[in-house]
Structure formats: C-alpha cells, structure tokens
Design a protein around this ligand. Structure first.
Ligand code: NAD
Length: 244
C-alpha cells in the first residue's frame, strides 16, 4: 500500500523538525523544506530514511517565493503525486515598535508567514481534491488571537492565517479536506532565543502550566490534528499550557 505523505515547511529545526520525526516514526514519506540549512536538512532526512524505512524529498528554498513553491510542488508531483498532509509551519518573528519597522520588514514577515500558506495550499489542493481527502494544518500563534505589544506585524500575519484557516475550511469541507490551525503559546525553540533569562522566568510565571512546551510536545499536537476526525475543521486550537 502507498505510504502517506506529509509536507512540512520550515523543517530544519524547532517545531518543524520535531514534526518530521513523529511523522517518520509513524511511517509517512516526508517532503521537508527549509530556507537556509539545506545540507543539515539532507543529513537529517537521510537518518530518518535509514531508521524508519521511509522515503524523503528535501526542497531547499524560500516558501514566501511563489515561483519556488510552484517548482517544489512539481518536484513533489514527480516524487509521490502529491501530499496527504500539509503543515504550513515556516515562520519568522519580528520584535520591535511598529514605528521602527521598515516596509521591507513588513513585507518580509507578511510573505513568510501568510503568503507562503496561500502558495502551498493553492498548489496542494488539486491533488487532495482528486483524492477526496487531505489535512491542512497551519501553525499559528496565540498572538494571532490576542495580539502582542511590539509584535503587531507578527500578530497580524497569524491573525490573517487564522481567518484564512476558517475560510478555506468552509471551501474545502465538501471535498473532505480539513483545515485547522494550531495556536501555540510559547514553545522552547530558537525563535525565542532573544529572550533574556529574566524575561523567560517572567513569561513562565504567566503560564499556568509553568513551563514552555518542548518542540516534541508541539509536534505531538500537530500529529494529533493530522489524525483528528473529519468533522473537526475550521478550528483555531490553542496549545498554550492554559495561558489564555
Ligand atoms: P524556528 O525559528 O526554530 O524554525 C523556523 C523554521 O522556519 C526554520 O526551519 C526556518 O528555516 C524556516 N523558515 C523561516 N523562513 C522560511 C522561509 N521563508 N522559507 C522556508 N523556511 C523558512 O521556529 P519555531 O519556533 O520552530 O516556529 C515554527 C512555527 O511555529 C512558526 O510559524 C512560528 O511562528 C510558530 N510559533 C512558534 C512559537 C514559539 O514560541 N516558538 C509560538 C507560536 C507559534
């Protein structure tokens, strides 16, 4: 029987890398993307292939670039036909006053966090429709629901991703394709490296669970979403240790 396939964007580290491991452990063929660390990603993919007897395709490139995404899906089509699960995970943050943010920085975060999801969904959907099944999981943030000071642009991209999730779920439900978003609180990845020890302690004290989730915990949640019942669609589901 043909193995199922998942595309994970931003899979070189953090949540994306942890998700790749879980899907490999469960027998999925993997299509892994990242923007910069392609040689590390290739090594990681080879390790997973050997250990879990799966196939992998690594696609290095910038998912905010529509032309790259179209080429990536042509490669995917040759590799395995299409993807059963799409995880739009690649993302960047920007911390600072909005008045100090350049227009180029605004465009960069908008295209990385939101346009990328448009591009990957647009390319993934035709195969899913032909199969009459598919799961799209958008990796979002609590800031997309509640907003964060000094992260207005980031919050806007994740808020946009949430609305995109809800709207696309309605469009695709008749084709038995589910679209949901994981709204993460704080996950202990390199994205939060700029926090000082005292800022980390302060943040932890605000989270009822008392700690930052590990990438593995976040990835396990994505795995559960990928295996959720078909009736669960159009939802923005918080995973935040009881924070909000
Ligand atoms: P990370 O910085 O560790 O990893 C981000 C990944 O995205 C990297 O592999 C990077 O290469 C890739 N990437 C960035 N821009 C890209 C582009 N243009 N094209 C292709 N790949 C690109 O961060 P993470 O914490 O693992 O974040 C993953 C997702 O989770 C992001 O969407 C982020 O917004 C979201 N998130 C993270 C947290 C957190 O606390 N870490 C909280 C809420 C949401």
């Amino acid at each position: 029987m043909k193995r199922k396939t998942v595309l994970i964007t931003g899979a070189s580290r953090g949540i994306g890398r942890a998700a790749a491991l879980i899907f490999a452990q469960n027998g999925y063929d993997l299509i892994l993307n990242c923007a910069h660390s392609i040689s590390e990603l290739n090594i990681f993919a080879k390790e997973l292939e050997m250990k879990y007897h799966i196939q992998t395709l690594c696609c290095g490139g910038d998912v905010s670039d529509y032309t790259f995404v179209c080429q990536m899906f042509r490669d995917i089509s040759t590799f395995c036909g299409g993807v059963d699960v799409l995880i739009n995970n690649a993302g960047i943050t920007y911390m600072g006053l909005l008045s100090d943010m350049s227009f180029q920085d605004w465009e960069h975060i908008l295209h990385t966090n939101l346009t990328s999801a448009f591009a990957c969904c647009k390319c993934a959907i035709p195969y899913m429709v032909s199969q009459k099944s598919g799961k799209i999981i958008n990796v979002s943030s609590e800031w997309g629901l509640y907003g964060a000071s000094c992260e207005a642009a980031y919050s806007a991209t994740k808020g946009g991703l949430n609305a995109f999730t809800k709207a696309l779920a309605k469009e695709l439900a008749p084709s038995n394709i589910q679209v949901n978003a994981a709204a993460f609180g704080v996950i202990d990845t390199d994205m939060n490296l700029s926090l000082s020890p005292s800022e980390r302690d302060q943040l932890k004290s605000e989270i009822p669970a008392g700690y930052f989730a590990s990438p593995k915990e976040a990835a396990e949640f994505l795995w559960q979403l990928a295996n959720s019942p078909a009736y669960l669609t159009g939802q923005i589901i918080s995973f935040d240790g009881g924070w909000f």
